[in-house]
Design a protein around this ligand. Structure first.
Ligand code: GAR
Length: 226
């Protein structure tokens, strides 16, 4: 039997997705395992019938599709999305493969409690096709970065970055798969720091345990425990 009185006290996460939701799944699993002491209060997708919504339903998490194409403007969609998110009273809003450019009003509404994961070693390669761009540039490393969201696209302060070697025979797909498995480690970890009150953004700078983080954030290593 689920003891709802226990989960009632836990920090509330609202997770935004557009597709497969494998990062969402890593949050669901981390909450179930207790490595993330939080609850996924709702999952919202801007696309209907995506696998991520099925993952939420399978975990008995409220899940909602709100199609951006039903709105006349980006501003109108973001306004409605913001109200929907607020109706779940989130402590933290998690962008997990949410493939939308956000208006400044939306970002400012959740500033300081809005995080994203981006599949590159930020500040390199904001935007799309990150893995192909890393391959084309002949980089020796690729990876993913968890960062606070600010109005600048993929430009908010980095918190935690996973780096993987780029192999000679890598394709964008093979690289994406390898990076994704690291995404599933680093993203719930950052959320846990936030929920513990260890992580904050102040004046556009990320702090962990009161210390300002470097531009690329902390470099993730499976052996080091923060
Ligand atoms: C992830 O690789 C994430 O980093 C990326 O989309 C994928 C979503 O996968 N996000 C972005 O590109 C945001 N700009 P998932 O739906 O399986 O979690």
């Amino acid at each position: 039997m689920i003891d709802s009185s226990m989960s009632d006290n836990k920090p509330r996460l609202v997770v935004l997705i557009s597709g497969s939701g494998s990062n969402l799944q890593s949050f669901i699993d981390a909450c179930a395992e207790g490595t993330l002491n939080a609850q996924v209060a709702a999952v919202i997708s801007n696309r209907a019938y995506v696998k991520g919504l099925d993952r939420a339903a399978a975990a008995n998490i409220p899940n909602i599709a709100i199609d951006h194409r039903a709105f006349d403007s980006r501003e109108e969609f973001d306004q409605n999305l913001g109200e929907l998110i607020d109706s779940f009273a989130p402590d933290l809003v998690v962008l997990a493969g949410f493939m939308r450019i956000l208006t400044p009003d939306f970002v400012n509404r959740f500033l300081g409690k809005l995080i994203n994961i981006h599949p590159s070693l930020l500040p390199a390669y904001p935007g799309l096709h990150t893995h192909q761009r890393a391959i084309d540039a002949g980089d020796s490393e690729a990876g993913a970065t968890v960062h606070f969201v600010t109005p600048e696209l993929d430009g908010g302060p980095s918190v935690l970055q996973a780096r993987v070697p780029l192999l000679a025979n890598d394709t964008a797909d093979s690289l994406a798969q390898r990076v994704l498995s690291f995404e599933h480690s680093i993203y719930p970890k950052v959320a846990q720091w936030f929920c513990e009150g260890r992580l904050a953004m102040v004046n556009g700078q990320a702090y962990l345990d009161g210390k300002a983080l470097p531009e690329q954030g902390i470099i993730f290593s499976e052996n080091s425990e923060q």
